[in-house]
Design a protein around this ligand. Structure first.
Ligand code: SF4
Ligand code: SF4
Length: 301
């Protein structure tokens, strides 16, 4: 069994406790307008062109059977003509042309993970499944988590909450120590508008997860990305906090928005619309204001 993996990143200090190895799955059922990992959205291998690495030798253009490479095109590759044969990747001397995503087995990933085990053991770390959405591939994720547990490795799953509950309960929950669960927008219409799908499944899965976590000892950490003008509003943050409070959860981790993703879109030829409001960092004052909105929602009225 192979699945499409974007990247395996070792020595991470940002994706759970201790030093971690993070396995980024490729493919996501959501389509958030602010996604800072646009290369993880599509469940297919993609072609990337990095203009900063390109030395303009044009070896790629000489081998391209579709004549899809044009130096006068600011995107360099005409994605409508490109058939993803990856001949250009083989001849590119600088690595400017590369593939995004590779098919790996659980055994391939475990080889990588087990090399890092001494770091997990000394730091209280482990393995994090991230994405994209790792729970789009539950049978694969289940086997990977199981093998981690067989090797006494702490496991964490980062999810959008958009997954099949029955499969999660039987195949993921028994092998998962911690879940990082995103609640991005509490209003269903806003969720459809900015994330491409309804949040009904996400909210329903969350309620079931909170119940299950108590009987199975799974730690659940709720996270909300702060996107200026979209998620970082009083209505949304207070609404999320009230919802969590009603379900016995009194903390939410607020993730500062990272506006450095438009360059990644260009590399893979994504036609995502980039609103100007999404190209700036959030100020310290705005962040403090967001914390106040959350506190307001957590207060029992
Ligand atoms: S991957 Fe696309 S751009 Fe590259 S050689 Fe093949 S058709 Fe041309
Ligand atoms: S082969 Fe690589 S370095 Fe040369 S022009 Fe193409 S992308 Fe640039």
């Amino acid at each position: 069994m192979k699945t499409l993996i974007l990247e395996i990143k070792g020595n991470s200090l940002d994706d759970g406790p201790g030093i971690r190895t993070v396995v980024f799955f490729k493919g996501c059922p959501l389509n958030c307008v602010w996604c800072h990992n646009p290369e993880s959205k599509k469940a297919a291998i993609e072609l990337s062109w990095d203009k900063n690495e390109c030395i303009a030798c044009l070896s790629c253009a000489k081998v391209c059977p579709e004549h899809a490479i044009d130096v006068h095109n600011q995107n360099f590759v005409d994605r409508k003509k490109c058939t993803l044969c990856f001949g250009c990747v083989d001849v590119c001397p600088s690595g400017a042309m590369s593939t995004v995503g590779k098919l790996l087995t659980v055994e391939d990933i475990m080889q990588h993970v087990l090399k890092d085990k001494p770091f997990f053991d000394t730091s209280g770390g482990g393995v994090t499944l991230s994405g994209g959405e790792p729970l789009m591939k539950i049978p694969f994720a289940s086997e990977l988590l199981k093998q981690c547990k067989n090797n006494a490795i702490h496991t964490l799953v980062e999810t959008s909450g958009y997954f099949n509950w029955d499969e999660f309960e039987t195949c993921i929950a028994p092998y998962c120590d911690t879940v990082y669960y995103d609640i991005k927008l509490i209003d269903e219409e806003d969720h459809k508008k900015y994330c491409g799908v309804s949040n009904t499944k996400i909210i329903s899965n969350f309620k079931k997860l909170i119940q299950l976590s108590q009987s199975m000892g799974i730690q659940v950490v709720v996270r909300t990305p702060l996107v200026p003008g979209i998620t970082a509003t009083e209505k949304n943050l207070t609404g999320i906090a009230q919802f969590l409070h009603q379900h016995g959860v009194d903390t939410v981790e607020l993730l500062r928005y990272n506006p450095l993703w438009p360059e990644k879109c260009m590399k893979i030829g994504s036609d995502a619309k980039i609103d100007e409001a999404l190209t700036r960092w959030m100020t310290h004052e705005e962040y403090e204001q967001c914390k106040k909105f959350v506190s307001k929602g957590m207060i029992t009225l």
